[in-house]
Structures are given as structure tokens and as C-alpha cells.
Design a protein around this ligand. Structure first.
Ligand code: FAD
Ligand code: MLT
Ligand code: ZN
Length: 473
């Protein structure tokens, strides 16, 4: 595509739409919009535009389309696959100012939110009505509802409520030419044609700019019980996870941290896990390598105390579990969760990882966890694989660091993702394709599927202005 020219006339037009203070051009003002959370993906942009509502977004897109200027939509910029930053000189459309939470519709248990509302603000807004958002993730203070829909974000409660797409009951978006499409009534039953909300969920900014989202909300489950379970092997953890999914109706989260990642996070926190083989003083300087041990965090949540239900299920796992710690009050639960919640931060403090977020069929999960370190080291002998994730969904985060925290060899990504595909898994469980996995999408999608994707893209964005270097090869 021949890209357009950002001339004084265009800048005047954009300034007239959003105001001079929301058109950023100086490199020191645009730098923060041009590098991602991991620091792996960094580019530059000649222009950041920050519209304040749907009408401004539509007018901005209309002006950019007339000038043929490609655009990267951006929310909280917490995406992990290089899809939220301008890597080829695109303009950035920051959606964070669309941050209005409309009143909760308590009759319908739904709410309409601006695309720029952060997840934490959405959660607090819903909680004031005794309701909760179905998706939760550690980037909640920055990740936006628009970005979460655009990536079909997953997080820790997918086993109970589904991912972000399952929460969407209405959507409003601006198409590449500035047209507004809006369908926000939130009717639970509404078979009046294509579901644009479903289509935009997971579209990673390539089909439209999401401006407002109507979300399904869920009854709050205030009573909680949390268990940290230690296992000798990944296979034992996988078997226990399956039993907990079958046996605990109030299961709310089921997360895993494998040994290398547990060693790293406990050193980062300066605290050893209360159960399992990294006890004692080993957190002060443990070897950061995978010794095969595994930990599960299982959380039950209900209207009434679920501790008996969780406790009984854990007792039935006596043959598998090495040791268990159960916490009921918020502070004690928080101490257990710290070993999962802080893994991403701990890895980021150690270096710039390649983040390979994958799902395996349940029957191949343990084989993958045991086999992937060898796949990594066969490609880059000095690379260090760190494994954790949402085991209840079959979702493993394979993070790979090079020596001294440097990036590992690029070939590691291809080797791991090919191994995933061979085992019948998905090369992206929840983070998306972005720019990071463009060259591997064919491992999961046939030529016919990719042709259908391209046809949809051409229909909605014929010039190719919206995130032109993301998702589609
Ligand atoms: P951005 O990073 O700004 O953008 C992500 C993508 O969406 C880009 O392709 C962008 O172009 C597009 N986009 C953004 N806003 C819009 C819009 N309004 N319209 C159209 N396209 C748009 N993800 C998970 O799924 N599960 C997790 O558990 C999880 N945990 C995380 C923990 C940490 C510490 C961090 C840093 C990230 C985590 N993530 C997780 C990844 C990230 O938070 C999610 O991908 C999130 O959905 C991104 O939201 P965002 O607003 O930051 O989007
Ligand atoms: C998580 O589950 O913690 C996230 O998806 C972030 C990550 O993969 O690092
Ligand atoms: Zn995750």
C-alpha cells in the first residue's frame, strides 16, 4: 500500500476535530506510545491522535482515510504480541480518553463502557451494583475494555465465564472510512444477521476501531477459598487440574507455575513458596532451571463459603499432591496468589523474554510441559524456558529468556510453535497474533481460512489502513 502524507492541512483538520493538545507530534510526546510493555517491540510514529468520543473517532478516521494514513489503534498498550505499537511508521489512535462508564443496567445485568475504560475501573463500577466483569487479568489497571475485546483477552476466570468475546452483548465501532456501526441494545436473543461484536473480538485492530462495548455482567461471588498445591511432576498437576474442574462446581481460577518460573518469582519476591520443593532458604539464590516440579493455585468462589467444597476436593487428590496450603482470608489468599500474579513482572525484571502463549489439548498438556524445555534448548542451548499459565484452560505461557536476560534466538519461537501445532494445540491462546506470530499463523489456519480472513479484511478496510502489519500475513 502507498502510504499517505501527513501534511499541514491534515494536522489542521485533526486539530480542529480533537483539539491541539490531543494531536501529538514531538518525539518525546509520542515515545511512550511507540514501545510495548515487554520492551521487545519498539518503533516510531509521526503522529498520535487522542479522540474523546465516537464522533471524534469517526471524523479522525475519515480524515486519515482521505489522506491514506495507516493507523495503529491503541488502548492501554499492555498487549504482548507487538500489535499495539507503530512498527512501520503508522499513526497511533489512542482510545484511552473514551473512558465513560454508563450506568449499570441492573435489570439486564449489563453495562455499556467506553473503549478506553480500564478493566479496574469497569470492575469497580460493576461491583457497586453487586456484579462483576467476567474477565480478570493482572494488567487490570492499564488494559482497556476496547483492547481486551480487540484481543479477545482471557485471564484467570475463563474456565467459569469464558473469554472476552463471551462477555460482549453489544458493540459500537468506527470502520476504516469513518463509518460508525453501532448495535448496543444488548438483547440476549437477537438473530438479525452477522454478529459484529464476535467478529471484532480478536480482530486486533484490523477491522474497526472499537468505541463502546456492552458487556454481560455476572453476580459477585464474595466468599473465596484458595489453595496452593505442590506436585512432583507436570503430569500429576494436569491430572489434579482435571479432577478439580470436574469436582468443584464453584471453581473460579486454576493456575499453574512450573519450577523454573516458581524459582524466579520466589527470588523476585524474596519469599519461598510455603509448599513444595523450593522451600527453606532456596528463594535467596535458587537455580533458575526446570526441575520438573509444579504448583497449582485453585480458587473457589461462591455466595456462601466454598472452603469445604475445595477442601474435600483437595483431600481426594492425596495421591497426587505433595503438599498443600489453604487460605481463606484476603491477606493469606493474596500471599498465595503473589506466586502467580508476579511471574510476568519477575520475568520482565530479569530481561526481555519471547512470550509464547499456547493452548494444548488436555491429553497432550503434560507431554508438552515436559518436552518443551528440550525443544527450546535444541534451538538455543543458552535459552531459559519459564513456564506458567492458566492450566484449567490448557493454556501454558512459555516465556523464553536468553543469557543475561537478552532475547533468545528468534528460531526458538518457530520451534516451540511448530511443536505446539504438531501436538494439536493453538499457537495463540489469549494474546493474539500481533506482529510476533505472523509468520506462524499458517501452522493453525488453512489456506482457505486465511483467504476468508483476507476477504473480510478487504470488505471492511479495502485500502488496508487499520493495523496493516498485524494478524494477516
Ligand atoms: P493494547 O495493548 O493497547 O492493544 C492490543 C491490541 O488491540 C492491538 O492490536 C491494538 O491495535 C488493538 N486495540 C486496542 N484498543 C482497540 C480499540 N479500541 N479498537 C480496536 N482495536 C484496539 N492477556 C490475557 O489475555 N490474559 C492475561 O492473563 C493477561 N495478563 C497480562 C498481564 C500483564 C502484566 C500484562 C502486561 C499483560 C497481560 N495480558 C493478558 C495482555 C494484555 O493485557 C491484553 O492483551 C489486553 O487485552 C490488552 O488491552 P490493552 O487495552 O492494553 O490493548
Ligand atoms: C498472564 O497470564 O500472566 C499473562 O497472560 C501475562 C504473560 O503471559 O506474561
Ligand atoms: Zn495469561
Amino acid at each position: 500500500m502507498s502510504t499517505g502524507v501527513i501534511d499541514a492541512g491534515l494536522i489542521d483538520e485533526l486539530t480542529g476535530i480533537v483539539g491541539a493538545v490531543h494531536v501529538l507530534r514531538a518525539p518525546e510526546m509520542t515515545a511512550g506510545y511507540s514501545i510495548d510493555w515487554t520492551r521487545r517491540f519498539a518503533g516510531a510514529t509521526p503522529l498520535v491522535i487522542r479522540p474523546g468520543d465516537t464522533a471524534e473517532t469517526a471524523a479522525v478516521m475519515s480524515a486519515l482515510a482521505a489522506a491514506r494514513v495507516p493507523v495503529v489503534p491503541q488502548g492501554g498498550n499492555t498487549g504482548l504480541v507487538g500489535g499495539s505499537v507503530p512498527l512501520a511508521g503508522e499513526a497511533v489512535l489512542s482510545m484511552r480518553r473514551l473512558n465513560i462508564c454508563e450506568p449499570v443496567d441492573e435489570l439486564a445485568s449489563q453495562v455499556t463502557l467506553g473503549a478506553g475504560v480500564t478493566l479496574a475501573d469497569a470492575q469497580a463500577h460493576a461491583a457497586a451494583s453487586g456484579l462483576s466483569v467476567g474477565v480478570d487479568l493482572a494488567a487490570r489497571d492499564s488494559a482497556t475494555i476496547g483492547g481486551m475485546v480487540a484481543t479477545n483477552a482471557g485471564g484467570i476466570n475463563v474456565l467459569r465465564y469464558g473469554a472476552m468475546r463471551a462477555q460482549v452483548v453489544g458493540i459500537e465501532a468506527v470502520l476504516a472510512d469513518g463509518t460508525v456501526v453501532s448495535h448496543l441494545a444488548g438483547l440476549e436473543k437477537d438473530n438479525t444477521g452477522y454478529d459484529l461484536g464476535s467478529l471484532l473480538a480478536g480482530s486486533e485492530g484490523t477491522l474497526g476501531i472499537i468505541t463502546r462495548v456492552r458487556l454481560r455482567l455476572h453476580p459477585t461471588q464474595p466468599e473465596r477459598a484458595t489453595a496452593l498445591l505442590a506436585f512432583e511432576t507436570a503430569a500429576d498437576a494436569v491430572s489434579a487440574a482435571a479432577a478439580l474442574r470436574r469436582g468443584v462446581a464453584s471453581l473460579h481460577a486454576l493456575e499453574a507455575v512450573f519450577e523454573g518460573a516458581m524459582a524466579l518469582v520466589s527470588r523476585h519476591l524474596g519469599v519461598a513458596p510455603p509448599v513444595g520443593r523450593l522451600g527453606g532458604d532456596s528463594h535467596r539464590n535458587p537455580p533458575i532451571e526446570d526441575g520438573g516440579g509444579a504448583w497449582l493455585i485453585a480458587e473457589a468462589a461462591a455466595r456462601t463459603d466454598p472452603s469445604d467444597e475445595l477442601g474435600a476436593a483437595v483431600e481426594e487428590l492425596a495421591d497426587l499432591v505433595v503438599d498443600a496450603a489453604v487460605a481463606l482470608d484476603p491477606a493469606a489468599r493474596q500471599r498465595l496468589w503473589a506466586f502467580r500474579d508476579n511471574v510476568t513482572e519477575a520475568i520482565s525484571a530479569a530481561g526481555i523474554p519471547h512470550k509464547l502463549d499456547v493452548t494444548l489439548p488436555a491429553a497432550r498438556l503434560a507431554e508438552f510441559v515436559d518436552g518443551v524445555p528440550d525443544v527450546v534448548r535444541a534451538t538455543d542451548p543458552d535459552a531459559q524456558p519459564l513456564l506458567f499459565g492458566h492450566l484449567g484452560d490448557g493454556n501454558v505461557h512459555v516465556n523464553v529468556l536468553g543469557p543475561g536476560g537478552a532475547e533468545p534466538a528468534d528460531e526458538v519461537d518457530d520451534a516451540v510453535l511448530r511443536y505446539v501445532a504438531e501436538l494439536g494445540g493453538s499457537i495463540s491462546a489469549e494474546h493474539g497474533i500481533g506482529t510476533a506470530k505472523l509468520s506462524q499463523l499458517h501452522l493453525n489456519r488453512s489456506e482457505a481460512e486465511l483467504a476468508a480472513f483476507s476477504a473480510i479484511k478487504r470488505a471492511l478496510d479495502p485500502v488496508g489502513l487499520l493495523n496493516p502489519n498485524v494478524l494477516l500475513p
